[in-house]
Design a protein around this ligand. Structure first.
Ligand code: SIN
Length: 531
């Protein structure tokens, strides 16, 4: 019986594991406990066109428009067309999305509108805990499947190759012991890399491990310059950069500058519901003070919203804010952008295949081109579901069914001497701060070159991946290199990539960046990849 390895237990990994287990054994590896992933923290919801063919078409249009000229249209079509069936499956598997209590349609699924959506089509669960509820339902189903073997607190370090084919991963278990997992193929579903920035909504596990491992092994990555900054993360001294869901604006919240003025109408006709990249940059600009480096507060305001119980609609956000003495219906809530979602990743076709035989990827770790230069709000959980299932189907169809070969393992980075954990965490913090400064929401050539020099200087200092912290630092360094090189190469502004020295679109740059073994070029995506 074939045996597959899935790295990452968020929505894409769990959904994929369920399909794989129908045809073989599955080793599902996660760096923390299975519930700790970006999926778990997804608040707003899951965008899905459950209203028939017109809704599907509009969802496709909205996705393409938000992506600022770079969405790979066949991927967007698959996302919106296959989405409703995948969400119906979630409902059948016991996911409790919120439903109307009264009104004209009691019992119907509640739908919210979010930025750049032409219709209210965002389903949510427990108000603002959608990812947690979906993750719960999928994990419960996966736990009942005897063919899915969950390995928690295991850090994957590198891919194992045999005759040019990916056959497994090396890893460190919870006690720091080295391990190898070998199988008929590896599916990466390890999520994003928000920890590469000092300011992020992402949990500590989001260190880009899958992308870094795949790149080191020779896989192509694409669109790494496109990091989405969520406009509204809490901005209070001493408080984490807690996500304040876009659904708050969907339910009527305004943004106000330090004069108390609404300002979004000056930036986009959709005002607070403009695409996320536009809102994030507008908040940043409104926050510039008179003196260099001075920042002024920007606020989210729900005080005018009538007829809604905000505690009931947003219980998680409300109880988090309460800890800091804030209440949505009473207070202005200070916000500023934070790194949230990586549109780029390991380049895949529409079937989850990467450029390395035996290696597949789905969800945030992958780049199908579905989000282009800027992801439409609440399309990420849907992406994990649709492309997780698609990739698993491909793995089953293509997987080697013969014996699993003994791999050759190459340790690719060797430190000059072991580093202490305080060295490692100091390097991590330095890297994250520099990335925020030089490769964050607003970029230019001088800053990106300074970032490149800092990364070059850090490289000889990197420790061997002998501990989880060291492995993560090495991966963050790789991710920083990929983002910086791709951002330098794209000499225009588009979607989430804003170059102050090239503020406009360059129609000649309406292509996807691709990076492999240190080289960046620009390509059109196609439905299949060369092997
Ligand atoms: C949010 O609730 O604003 C985040 C959801 C998303 O990233 O699409």
């Amino acid at each position: 019986m074939p045996h597959w390895i899935v790295v990452g237990a968020g929505i894409a990994g769990l959904r994929a594991a369920l399909t794989l287990a129908s045809a073989g054994e599955v080793t599902l590896i996660t760096k923390e406990v299975a519930s700790e992933s970006n999926t778990h923290y997804a608040q707003g919801g899951i965008a899905v066109a459950m209203g028939g063919s017109e809704d599907v078409q509009l969802h496709e249009q909205d996705t393409i428009q938000a992506g600022d000229g770079l969405v790979f249209a066949p991927a967007a079509r698959m996302l919106v067309e296959e989405g409703p069936a995948r969400v119906a499956e979630l409902l059948a598997w016991g996911t409790n999305f919120d439903r109307e209590h009264g009104g004209r349609e009691p019992g119907q699924l509640m739908r919210t509108r979010e930025g750049a959506h032409s219709l209210p089509r965002i389903l949510h669960a427990n108000g603002d805990a959608t990812g947690r509820e979906i993750g719960r339902a999928l994990l419960e189903r996966a736990s009942r499947d005897r063919r899915i073997h969950l390995h928690e607190r295991v850090t994957t370090c590198d891919l194992l190759l045999h005759d040019g084919r990916v056959v497994g991963v090396t890893a460190l278990d919870a006690s720091g012991q080295s391990k190898e997992f070998v199988g008929n193929g590896v599916l990466l579903t390890s999520g994003g890399a928000g920890q590469v920035y000092s300011d992020t909504t992402n949990p500590a596990v989001a260190t880009g491990d899958g992308i870094a491992m795949a790149y080191r092994a020779g896989a192509e990555v694409a669109d790494m310059e496109f990091y989405q900054f969520h406009p509204t993360a809490l901005s209070l001294p001493g408080a984490p950069r807690f996500l304040l869901s876009e659904a708050l604006r969907g339910e009527g919240a305004y943004l106000r500058n330090h004069h108390g003025e609404r300002f979004m109408e000056r930036y986009h006709p959709l005002a607070e519901l403009a695409p996320r990249d536009i809102v994030a940059r507008a908040i940043t600009r409104e926050g510039f003070g008179e003196r260099p480096g001075e920042t002024l507060p920007v606020y989210l305001d729900m005080r005018h919203v009538q007829g809604k119980d905000l505690h009931q609609r947003f219980p998680g956000i409300s109880s988090f804010l309460e800890k800091y003495g804030l209440e949505l219906s009473r207070d202005l809530v200070p916000v500023r952008p934070a790194a949230h979602y990586l549109m780029g990743g390991v380049r895949t076709d529409l079937y989850g295949r990467t450029t390395l035989p035996g290696l597949y990827a789905a969800g945030e770790v992958a780049c199908t081109g579905v989000h282009g230069a800027n992801r439409l709000a609440s399309n990420s959980l849907l992406e994990g579901l649709v492309f997780g299932a698609r990739a698993a189907e491909t793995v089953v169809q293509e997987g080697m069914h013969g014996d699993v070969p003994k791999p050759m393992f190459e340790q690719r980075i060797v430190a000059e001497e072991p580093k202490t954990s305080s060295d490692v965490s100091a390097m991590r913090e330095r890297l994250r701060g520099l990335m925020w400064l030089h490769a964050g929401l607003l970029r230019d050539e001088a800053g990106l070159l300074a970032m490149q020099s800092a990364l070059d200087a850090m490289r000889p200092e990197l420790p061997a991946a002998a501990t989880r912290d060291a492995a993560e630092l090495r991966n963050l360094h790789t991710i920083a290199e990929l983002i910086t090189a791709s951002a330098l190469a794209r000499k225009e502004s588009r979607g989430a990539h804003a170059r102050t020295d090239f503020p406009d679109h360059d129609p000649g740059c309406a292509k996807h960046s691709r990076m492999v073994q240190g080289r960046v070029d620009f390509i059109d995506l196609t439905a299949t990849l060369p092997r």
